[in-house]
Design a protein around this ligand. Structure first.
Ligand code: HEC
Length: 207
């Protein structure tokens, strides 16, 4: 008996089923998502120019290999950890290409890196050498994003205020490069504090 047509139909069904569920269904569900406007404010907010450049630095440096940008409410303790106030949803990522959602958490989730009291100075010290702000951290140092320059007259007002233990020899200073400034601007823009119809803040719905 010729089994050819049965094999063909079998393979066709398997491929058609996979395509329907893995390609067609997700595109139908989230491929058409548009920004949401509340009181004429656009959600998600667009990144300011420098932060957008920082997003590219984040991509180039491979930060996504250790950090996620997704708070999970239903399957984890992200809110208790202070990593967000609501579940991340597909619409949060519509402006991102590629999306930096990440799938490994060697470090904390960064979807709300701008929340809290970490300022520009903290992030620069942390990127220059994570041991300054987070002793024992296994995050790599990004000191190559900083320039060591000779102090000409007065110290630059952008120079890092390094603690004594990490200070460079006198007459020199550590100044952030444009890429480091952009990366910090990106960190300071990361905050999912807006509501979407499909993802209201849990405090507001009494969870
Ligand atoms: C090898 C894994 C690894 C890589 C790569 C990495 N990190 Fe981290 N990161 C960590 C760990 C672990 C911590 C927690 C300890 C600390 O604060 O240093 C952390 C902490 C942080 C924090 C503080 C977050 C908080 O809530 O305390 C920020 C911001 C951050 N990383 C940004 C970055 C950026 C931006 C990059 C890329 C330039 C990067 N990380 C690359 C592992 C990593």
């Amino acid at each position: 008996m010729n089994r050819g047509p049965f094999i063909f139909i079998g393979v066709f069904i398997v491929l058609a089923f996979s395509w329907a569920n893995l390609v067609h269904k997700p595109v139908q569900e989230s491929g058409q998502l548009a920004a949401y406007f509340s009181d004429s404010e656009r959600m998600p907010r667009l990144l300011p120019g420098e932060a957008e450049q920082g997003r590219q630095v984040y991509q180039q440096m491979g930060c996504v290999s250790c950090h996620t940008q997704q708070s999970r409410l239903e399957s984890g303790f992200d809110i208790q950890r202070g990593w967000g106030s609501r579940q991340s949803v597909a619409r949060d990522y519509i402006d991102q290409s590629p999306s930096l959602i990440g799938d490994r958490r060697l470090g904390p989730d960064l979807s709300n890196a701008a929340a809290g009291d970490r300022d520009r100075e903290w992030h620069h010290l942390h990127f220059y050498n994570p041991q300054i702000t987070s002793k024992g951290s296994n995050m790599p140092s990004y000191s190559f994003l900083y320039d060591k320059t000779a102090v000409m007259g007065q110290k630059s007002d952008r120079a890092l205020n390094l603690p004594e233990e990490f200070a460079v020899e006198s007459g020199y200073q550590i100044v952030p490069s444009r890429r480091a400034e952009a990366l910090v601007a990106y960190m300071l823009s990361l905050q999912v504090d807006y509501d979407l119809p499909e993802a209201p803040n849990p405090e507001k719905i009494g969870l």
